[in-house]
Every structure is written in C-alpha cells, then in structure tokens.
Design a protein around this ligand. Structure first.
Ligand code: ZN
Length: 148
C-alpha cells in the first residue's frame, strides 16, 4: 500500500509537470514581420524579382511569336523559378506561407502550359497562359512585406 501511494504521488508529479509544460508560455507564432525579417526577405526576393523582369522579356518574345527564344527563356533563366519561389514561400510568416506556395504552384503550372503551347505555336493559348502567369506572379510579389 505504501508502494502504491508513492507510485500514485509520483504519477501526480508527472501529470502536474506535463500540465505545467503544456500550459506554460507557448513559443509565440509571429504575426507581423520585424524590420530585420523584412530586410532579409528583400534580399531573398531578388532572384525572383529578376525573374519577374525576364517575364517582361518573355512577353516581348511572345508578341513577336519568337517560339524558340520563348522556350529557351522558360527553361534557362526561368528554370529555377519554381525552386526559388517555393523556397521563398517557406521563409514567410506562417499566415502567408500557404497563399505564397499556392501562387508559386500556379505560376509554374501556367509556365508549363505556356511551354507546351509555345511548342505547338498556339498564339492565343500561349497569350492566355502568359497573362495568367503574370497575374499569379504579381500576386505572389504582393505577399512580400515591404519596409514602411
Ligand atoms: Zn493561375
């Protein structure tokens, strides 16, 4: 009986410890970007902003129906875009991560379809995919916090 009682009090201590550690101060999930984080993200976003400039060049190539250079641009300078955007998404605050990841996937799926339509030289369809990719790309960049 004595053993049982000490076992019981031991269990009580364990339970109390667990409860305390559960209800203790939680690791706070930040909901705003610190100035340091914003500065860091402004650096991380640079390759993506460079890719956004390539998107403008892509529009020019498409309007010239320069399919060969369009496809080259998609696979060359824009080839790393998916990894860059997904990596960047993960460095955003949790509240923005899902939207950013979703937009990154959108951009990439439009660019994949653009690649396919460019190979088929489907002018109208390529233009639609390009426009959609741009729209999603700009929505992605709008998630990037800016210094106020
Ligand atoms: Zn889309």
């Amino acid at each position: 009986m004595k053993f049982f009682r000490s076992l019981l009090s031991l269990m009580l201590v364990l339970v109390t410890t667990l409860l305390v550690s559960c209800s203790g101060p939680q690791a706070e999930i930040p909901t705003t970007y610190s100035p340091e984080k914003i500065a860091q993200l402004q650096v991380y976003v640079q390759p993506i902003e460079a890719a956004r400039e390539q998107m403008t060049n892509l529009g020019t190539l498409l309007s010239e129906q320069n399919w060969v250079d369009t496809i080259t641009l998609l696979h060359g300078p824009l080839g790393h875009l998916r990894a860059d955007m997904l990596g960047f998404s993960r460095s955003l605050l949790p509240k923005d991560q899902d939207a950013a990841t979703e937009l990154a996937r959108e951009v990439f799926s439009h660019l994949e379809r653009l690649d396919a339509t460019a190979k088929e030289r489907l002018v109208a369809q390529a233009a639609i995919q390009y426009k959609e990719a741009l729209k999603d790309f700009d929505a992605f960049l709008n998630l990037v916090p800016k210094a106020s």
